[in-house]
Unconditional design. Structure first.
Length: 177
């Protein structure tokens, strides 16, 4: 295993460490695979840091995440998954093209997390955006999503959820008109 990844993750959660790993990984699938071993590893702290690096790698190299969709989706079902990992997974999902075979399950998970008052605000917002992005491709899901987003908007408990739900409702209105 590449010690550069582990050593850099052990330096702690700093933007300089993220940038160092992004430069190291570039678009190399094998090195990214090593990073993903930390994302799915048993060390919770390294997993959180690695998932943060994963989000930044996927901003410029979204194709790197494709082999890991199933594992990421399955990981979201783990009740003990740290909120930082959930946030980072949904952060990636909201930005990449999700393969058809994962869309239904990920849409449902996104709704579940978006509606859960037990989740952090960032998890809820990124989960909602992920579900909306999937629903845009499936009109029947878009129609199902509208009342949920209206309720989130109406009863939102934070400015972030209010703002995101309002933006999504505006976009939905443009689509269905």
């Amino acid at each position: 295993m590449n010690d550069i990844i582990k050593d850099t993750l052990l330096e702690g959660q700093a933007k300089s460490s993220v940038n160092k790993l992004i430069k190291h990984i570039r678009d190399d699938k094998e090195i990214f695979k090593e990073l993903m071993e930390f994302v799915f590893g048993k060390d919770e702290r390294l997993s959180r840091y690695a998932s943060w690096v994963m989000t930044h790698c996927c901003e410029t190299q979204p194709q790197l995440i494709k082999p890991y969709f199933k594992k990421l989706v399955d990981d979201l079902k783990n009740e003990k998954l740290h909120h930082a990992n959930k946030r980072n997974y949904f952060r990636v999902f909201q930005e990449v093209d999700i393969p058809e075979k994962f869309q239904g399950e990920l849409y449902d998970l996104g709704i579940k997390f978006a509606l859960s008052a037990n989740e952090t605000i960032a998890v809820r917002v990124f989960a909602l955006t992920t579900s909306y992005n999937i629903a845009k491709k499936h009109r029947e899901l878009l129609n199902e999503l509208i009342p949920l987003v209206v309720d989130l908007n109406k009863y939102s408990d934070t400015p972030a959820i209010y703002s995101r739900s309002k933006a999504i409702l505006t976009e939905i209105n443009k689509i269905i008109r």
